[in-house]
Design a binder for this molecule. Structure first.
Ligand code: SF4
Length: 215
């Protein structure tokens, strides 16, 4: 991957996708390191730890959204904001009817947990695909899904086109850097036509991402 990035500057995004995939595969190997045999207890421990970490980050996003901060762009972010608004509204109702105490943040936490909002955090985008309802997930369109696999195929992620994708503010600098890098490469007048067409296609996808912020 390092060699590819060196030889084809501008491919950082593709490499990032691959790294996300590699990390997922590493975590998906539910074996104990010592004996390399399947260990259901270890697998459950790992799943629980990942779910808790995801929930912690979801709570951070909820708090940021409640403070009026921008938490993301794109259709996935719109759905997340709607889910957060519903949680806040329900919490208010519970407090108004005396079923919950004012100032008790655990009310929101508990409602948030019950929404079971699915989110996978990534370096280039976040994915909100619901494993029980994968409709609209671009990565599994026309894909051969391995037997027993649930959830997105991260190495086929199409963040610029998928309704489940969230572009978070922390992702934006990476996409802008990619756009600058691609534009620099396109300035080379000696580029072969097919290489230029490839760069143009990459640039188009990158611009689709950046436009989500400007919409
Ligand atoms: S294509 Fe969509 S569903 Fe698939 S990994 Fe990317 S954001 Fe998630």
């Amino acid at each position: 991957m390092a060699m590819l990035t060196r030889d084809f500057p501008g491919s950082e995004i593709a490499v990032g996708m691959q790294l996300k995939h590699v990390a997922t595969r590493a975590l998906a190997n539910r074996t104990t390191a010592g004996y390399m045999v399947k260990d259901p207890a270890w697998a459950k421990h790992l799943d629980d730890a990942i779910a808790e970490r995801r929930f912690d980050r979801l709570k951070e996003l909820f708090a940021a959204d409640s403070r009026g901060e921008a938490i993301g762009f794109g259709p996935g972010a719109d759905r997340m904001r709607e889910a957060f608004a519903a949680v806040r509204q329900k919490a208010e109702e519970l407090r108004a009817t005396g079923q919950a105490q004012r100032g008790d943040i655990r009310v929101e936490d508990s409602l948030l947990r019950r929404t079971r909002f699915s989110i996978r955090f990534g370096k280039l985008n976040h994915c909100t695909m619901n494993d029980d309802d994968p409709s609209g997930a671009k990565c599994i369109e026309d894909a051969i899904v391995p037997e027993g696999h649930r959830g997105p195929l991260l190495d086929r992620c199409q963040p610029s086109r998928c309704a489940n994708s969230i572009l978070a503010p922390e992702h934006l600098p990476i996409w802008k850097a990619e756009r600058a890098s691609l534009n620099r490469l396109r300035d080379d007048t000696s580029l072969p036509r097919n290489r230029r067409a490839h760069l143009d296609a990459q640039l188009y996808e990158v611009n689709l991402m950046i436009k989500k912020v400007e919409q």
